[in-house]
Design a protein around this ligand. Structure first.
Ligand code: ADP
Length: 377
């Protein structure tokens, strides 16, 4: 057939592409069958060219396929037969015994007479892609399961810490009042050893009280979280400064405030972040009069806040450690505290979708940075 010869010459460039290509005339006669299809189907070109494809692949006689092919031949509308929707058709093109997943696209090409269209069937092997996608989906599901399990056990732990610290307060209050009573009644009436022991007991109970109180505050960040609202950081910074005004006055601290944005967040928690950072900036001051600078800069999708001081500084070896719960770099005799302040800051900032970090040089000062996503509203 001359038409077949012309088509083969015209399409010779497509003979070796890794896509199965077949050209059909409007009466379903095969005009072109490329090398790739020969390999996949094991049907040699000599056998199929000039024959009606529906005789071999009888499913194509179904009206749904006939209808779509007629649309291609008459109107030039392309058609796609996906493996999901056309399971009955696709396997018919599979090479013997091989499980491949293929997708069929049918495109219209103007026929030689110029009054209709040929249908160019392109078979794409998407087996690798599909199996990679499947594997990826399986991995994702497994990871999501682990993530869910982690979140559940985290929530359980937090609930436990909250309840434990909450319920321990009452008996501890009793211990404190009774040891204090003991001290009042018997200090100086027994021997020196007894006085010392009573003092240790009072001191230990008080320490335990502050640790438990801090642990409770820490658990409350998530357990008693409030919904986010629009928060003016300038306003809440002023509130934090107000809460610290006595310490600020006593230590002669100078605070420089740069313009701060409004963000979406938990108002009282953000006050706590500023207050903890300011308290530390004053507490860990050097011999110089304390000077603090607070500001914010816009980055890609978030605000980067900073609290800068001219205090004693932190050795870079401890940059990570200081954010862990109850981790301190000094004794209580040097600086009072329990080591929870920065852990609370981190938990609050994380809850807001941000992160917190430190830059510092011993003897020079410290800058704490934290990010809060930009308010999209
Ligand atoms: P606390 O102050 O009760 O020890 P924090 O969690 O607030 O607990 O701080 C942890 C440690 O980080 C502190 O013990 C201190 O050594 C160090 N630190 C925090 N802020 C500063 C600062 N501004 N300058 C120097 N050291 C700091």
């Amino acid at each position: 057939m001359e038409e077949i010869q012309t088509t083969i010459t015209k399409f010779s460039l497509l003979d070796n592409v890794p896509i199965g290509l077949c050209l059909l005339r409007s009466d379903f006669i095969v005009l072109f069958w490329n090398q790739c299809l020969e390999n996949w189907t094991s049907i040699p070109r000599s056998e199929i060219l000039g024959t009606n494809i529906c005789d071999r692949y009888t499913q194509l006689n179904q009206s749904k396929y006939q209808f779509r092919f007629q649309q291609v031949f008459r109107s030039g509308f392309p058609a796609v037969f996906s493996p999901q929707l056309h399971q009955s058709l696709i396997p018919s093109f599979l090479p013997n015994g091989q499980e491949r997943i293929q997708q069929i696209t049918v495109n219209a090409i103007p026929d030689d007479d110029g009054d209709g269209f040929y249908a160019l069937i392109a078979l794409q092997d998407i087996t690798e892609l599909t199996s990679r996608l499947k594997k990826y989906q399986q991995e994702l599901t497994a990871r999501q399961k682990i993530q869910k399990e982690l979140e559940r056990s985290n929530a359980e732990l937090e609930q436990f810490a909250y309840l434990a610290s909450h319920d321990l307060q009452e008996p501890l209050r009793m211990v404190i009042s009774f040891t204090q009573l003991l001290a009042q009644r018997y200090r100086g009436k027994l021997d020196d050893d007894a006085d010392r022991i009573i003092d240790f007991a009072v001191d230990g109970a008080k320490r335990m009280e502050s640790l438990i109180r801090d642990l409770l505050t820490y658990s409350r960040v998530t357990i008693k979280a409030k919904p986010f609202e629009s928060v003016s950081c300038e306003e809440i910074l002023k509130l934090s400064i107000n809460n610290l005004q006595i310490t600020i006055a006593e230590t002669n601290t100078a605070i420089e405030i740069h313009p701060l944005p409004t963000v979406l967040g938990d108002r009282s928690q953000l006050i706590q972040v500023f207050q903890n950072l300011l308290t530390n900036a004053i507490k860990y001051r050097s011999a110089r009069p304390p000077k603090i600078e607070v500001g914010a800069e816009i980055a890609k999708n978030c605000w980067i806040f900073y609290v800068k001081d001219n205090g004693i500084g932190i050795d870079s070896r401890h940059f990570d450690r200081i954010f862990a719960i109850f981790q301190r770099l000094h004794t209580r005799a040097e600086y009072p505290g329990t080591g929870i302040g920065l852990a609370i800051c981190q938990k609050i900032v994380n809850r807001h979708g941000g992160k917190i970090w430190v830059e510092s040089e011993l003897g020079q000062g410290t800058i704490f940075y934290f990010t809060i996503p930009v308010n999209q509203k």
